[in-house]
Design a protein around this ligand. Structure first.
Ligand SMILES: *Cc1c(COP(=O)(O)O)cnc(C)c1O
Length: 437
């Protein structure tokens, strides 16, 4: 039996009925092998996807708990079902922790994902057909910021702003001009592939000038805000949407912070407008992550995440990969590979063969199609959770550069990539993800 399995329960040692791997292995060996295989993958390679992280055992324990069984439509103290006294405590703790950590007047922890949080923000603030000003996807925006294949582009009249060609920074003058010309009801800032700080005060000024709401999509960087590594959007935004599973290192899910005056509209937009019953196990796990994120240890973590991203960007720059915008202030860097003569798609595949997981990414004004792309995106949340620091980032920069330059179609290429994979395995063995008991 596992640490929290029947044995202890029967002995009355702990009332907790938590994840018991033996139980899974017995009931469903196929899924058990997936879980083990994924753990091996995490332990055996480098995870550099900027939107991923490695949750703590405490977060996983809450996620794998019996709270998943409870129907709790509504909010703490106002539910449509009985038996909610316990889950009410979890959600209230989470709300209180979020408000305290971010200095927000109101918090909603029920969105199932970042995209669901954004859908609720649209539902609360605008009507179908209204104009919304947001960053263009190829310049770092998200699908929910107006893509034609998403509800946002289908149901709203979206106008996109870009980064400047010369600096690759948000063009605030263009944002202001577009806002004046189109009079949007809502302006969105926050991105999935923008390595620099965003001037929230400037966005607030522009939104005020045209009478628009300001929604900050902090999905990627809310964890850096929690750890005080970058400035907070909370004082400037009407609504801040976020995920809980990126730098914040919580369970997969969403979160909304807002002014008290918008609390009721946000809550109603989440439930009953866009969602049904909340995922109480996930909400409890969000509460755990928020408690962890309020600790001095997490502050040290968040600042190391940024230092690591800067070290990695510098190491890659030294290898001829140009950091878009010249570097990074956050947990991620975007690298232009055109000078190396390798596409983002090929770079991603070569790194994968070398045990390095990262993603191809369009760079601003990318001449390639999105599925090919001229760049890659790297992020340091996971490797920093594993305890790596600047010296390891320099090593990783070298490993990425060698992988990217190795064509598996050339003689000896596959062998070189396999050799790199064993170097990667050796490096990560010293900083294991989920160390064995
Ligand atoms: C990741 C992300 C989202 C979506 O989060 P999901 O949980 O994948 O739905 C939304 N906006 C931005 C800016 C993101 O980076």
């Amino acid at each position: 039996m596992g640490r929290h399995g029947y044995a202890q329960r029967e002995a009355g040692v702990t009332p907790f009925w938590g994840p018991d791997f033996d139980e899974l292995a017995e009931t469903d060996p196929e899924i058990a092998s997936v879980v083990l295989g994924e753990l091996d993958r995490l332990r055996g390679g480098l995870q550099l996807v900027a939107s991923e992280n490695l949750t703590s055992p405490a977060v996983l324990a809450a996620l794998g708990s019996t709270l998943t069984n409870k129907y709790a439509e509504g909010y703490p103290g106002r539910r449509y079902y009985g038996g909610c006294a316990q889950v009410d405590r979890a959600e209230q703790l989470g709300i209180d922790r979020a408000r305290e950590l971010f200095g927000a007047e109101h918090a909603n922890l029920q969105p199932h994902s970042g995209a669901s949080a954004n859908l609720a923000a649209y539902a609360a603030l605008v009507q179908p057909g209204d104009t919304v000003l947001a960053m263009e996807l190829p310049h770092g925006g998200h699908l929910t910021h107006g893509s034609r294949v998403n509800f946002s582009g289908r149901w709203f009249d979206t106008v996109g702003y870009r980064v400047r060609r010369d600096t690759e920074l948000i063009d605030y003058d263009e944002v202001r001009d577009l806002a004046r010309a189109h009079r949007p009801k809502m302006i969105i800032c926050g991105a999935t592939a923008y390595p620099r700080l965003i001037d929230f005060a400037r966005f607030r000024e522009i939104a005020d000038e045209v009478g628009a709401y300001l929604m900050v999509d902090a999905a990627h960087f809310i964890g850096l805000v929690a750890g005080r590594a970058i400035p907070s959007p909370v004082p400037y935004a009407d609504v801040v949407c976020a995920t809980t599973h990126k730098v914040l290192r919580g369970p997969r899910g969403g979160m909304i912070l807002c002014r008290g005056s918008l609390a009721e509209r946000i809550d109603k937009a989440v439930f009953p407008f866009t969602q049904g019953g909340p995922l109480m196990h996930a909400i409890a796990a969000k509460a755990v992550a928020l408690r962890e994120a309020a600790s001095p240890r997490f502050r040290a973590y968040a600042s190391q995440v940024v230092q690591n991203a800067q070290a990695l960007a510098a190491a890659l720059a030294a290898e001829g990969m140009r950091p878009v915008s010249g570097g990074t202030d956050t947990h991620l860097a975007l690298l232009d590979l055109r000078a190396v003569g390798v596409t983002g798609r090929d770079a991603e595949a070569r790194c994968e063969a070398a045990g390095i997981t990262l993603n191809k990414n369009a760079i601003p004004y990318d001449p390639e199609k999105p599925m090919v792309a001229s760049g890659i995106r790297v992020g340091t949340p996971s490797v920093t959770t594993q305890g790596m620091r600047e010296p390891e980032m320099r090593r990783i920069g070298g490993l990425i550069a060698r992988a990217v330059r190795t064509d598996p179609g050339r003689p000896g290429g596959t062998e070189t990539l396999a050799r790199l994979a064993s170097e990667v395995a050796e490096l990560v063995a010293a900083y294991p993800a989920y160390p064995r008991g």
